[in-house]
Design a protein around this ligand. Sequence first.
Ligand SMILES: Nc1nc2c(ncn2[C@@H]2O[C@H](COP(=O)(O)OP(=O)(O)OP(=O)(O)O)[C@@H](O)[C@H]2O)c(=O)[nH]1
Ligand SMILES: [Mg+2]
Length: 338
Amino acid sequence: MEPPAVPEEEVPVTVAPGPVGCQLFGYVGIEAVLDQMKIKTMKTGFEFNIMVVGQSGLGKSTMVNTLFKSKVSRKSSQPEQEERIPKTVQLQSITHVIEEKGVKMKLTVTDTPGFGDQINNENCWDPIIKYINEQYERYLREEILITRKRKIPDTRVHGCVYFVPPTGHWLRPLDLEFMRRLSKIVNVVPVIAKADTLTLEERAEFKQRIQEDLKTHAISVYPQEDFDQDPEDRALNDRIREKIPFAVVGADQEHQVNGKRVLGRKTKWGIIEVENPAHCEFPLLRDLLIRSHLQDLKDITHNVHYESYRVRRLNESNRPVLSPLNGLPGKGEGGSHL
Ligand SMILES: Nc1nc2c(ncn2[C@@H]2O[C@H](COP(=O)(O)OP(=O)(O)OP(=O)(O)O)[C@@H](O)[C@H]2O)c(=O)[nH]1
Ligand SMILES: [Mg+2]
């Protein structure tokens, strides 16, 4: 017979070291688990996936190059390519493995074709939403296999950078609708594109208006207030929320400034250095994604967005759980469940 379950709150907690804990057990050394976790992560590495979305010509492809050429992965970046970036016509992913102090990160950035070229832009979000859901589906299929891989390949989009055109007015209905849909399935990080086209006052005002617009339309972008874990987390995220959307500038050319090579845009009146926080907020974006909030973005993707996809899929009563998906391995009729 099984022993009666002990309610969680009644489980005795032994605190060590402390006068009583010490006497009973001495030093237990639980924190050694941190080293074990670190070694494990170093051995297996981890995957992190970002996507860039926005109207055509706002500098998405340039930003992908900026990210890879900036300090994130300068070492692993390709030899200088001086060609002009062509218009993106299909979804494409670029992956770099970045290694720092023995930790390996497989960073994938998915570039998407710009929308807004058509007279009727209705449903222009479909291909993007389909792609994001396909990655959840891929993960789900691996997860429900009887013989599972030890580590399921993770192609889920952890952060979606949404480019807002630098109009200086309000958010356009198209951007509002796009972000509203995206924010339900993925972490959306809005940015003001081509911020070098706005003066500092214009940037600040536009930022304020976008924040108001998002609030009025109840669009919850990353970092979402609902998911702040404690007051400390809230304080940190509040400071970030004040600065969102970041006003970014992208460039994939290097220039010489004071004897140093910097990534920047050369204009008649000077060089806009993309990695200089005094010039634009690209460093804030990069730090949020790659440094300070990487694990949080992954956690929210797994525990919130993927979870709601999983529940929705498994609850679909009128279809077999594993109905195949268009474009993915599988037989029979396709259904994208979007
Ligand atoms: N002023 C300014 N121009 C930029 C910036 N980023 C990119 N550009 C320029 O804008 C043009 C379009 O850039 P792309 O990166 O191809 O834009 P895109 O969003 O990928 O465009 P699509 O592929 O059509 O969706 C290029 O001439 C870039 O040099 C920026 O931050 N400021
Ligand atoms: Mg492009």
